[in-house]
Design a protein. Structure first.
Length: 203
């Protein structure tokens, strides 16, 4: 039985890097200080008591919005903690090569190559690496274009390696996003349905 793979980090960065998603980090604090604070809630006419002893309670729509934003904030925290900086900054391997690529040479490329040789990218990297090693072993000169092709391939594979890293974190991040946006969609759908009913009644 095949299992669905979690989305890659680049698929999650569109939401995670947005200013709106980052702002949800403060939602739990706002909820504690304002929404569920009895004194301030009375002042703002949000609620008299969360426990509804007197028949007044926080609107369930407000609670759904609060929980949805909290779930998104958890996803943003997971993304910020586990997503590699290279993927946060660049949307694709090509952008990474053009951006950081020119400054990554020499021993840095060698270290990245060693890392990839121990990863799932080893079969892909082997052809270019073996070609350079064979020329070096035979005492043949390694042309600049040969090394540049190898360097670019290493950087592309390195980005893919980073993009696929921490699959469990990617799964939880995606799950919290789905939960959060799902909770936010419920109040919106209810309001939309009520508006449609009103319009149908008028017509």
């Amino acid at each position: 039985m095949t299992t669905l793979s979690p989305p890659l980090w680049v698929r999650l960065r569109f939401v995670s890097n947005s200013t709106a998603a980052k702002a949800t980090i403060v939602v739990p604090l706002i909820g504690y200080l304002i929404i569920f604070n009895e004194t301030i809630a009375q002042f703002l006419n949000l609620a008299r008591s969360v426990e509804a002893h007197n028949g007044a309670e926080v609107s369930y729509r407000l609670i759904l919005i609060y929980l949805g934003l909290c779930a998104i904030s958890v996803g943003v925290l997971i993304y910020g903690s586990f997503c590699p900086d290279e993927v946060k900054q660049y949307p694709s391997a090509s952008a990474y090569v053009l951006g950081d690529g020119p400054s990554l040479r020499g021993y840095v490329i060698n270290n990245i190559g060693k890392l990839l040789e121990m990863s799932a990218q080893r079969p892909t990297l082997a052809a270019s690496s073996d070609e350079l090693q064979e020329k070096s072993r035979r005492g043949l000169p390694i042309a600049d274009e040969d090394y540049e092709r190898y360097r670019i391939e290493v950087l592309h594979l390195h980005f893919e390696y980073l993009n696929e890293s921490h699959p469990l974190a990617r799964k939880f991040c995606f799950g919290f996003y789905v939960l959060g946006f799902g909770l936010l969609a419920i109040p919106s759908a209810i309001v939309f349905w009520r508006v449609i009913r009103i319009l149908v009644g008028i017509i």
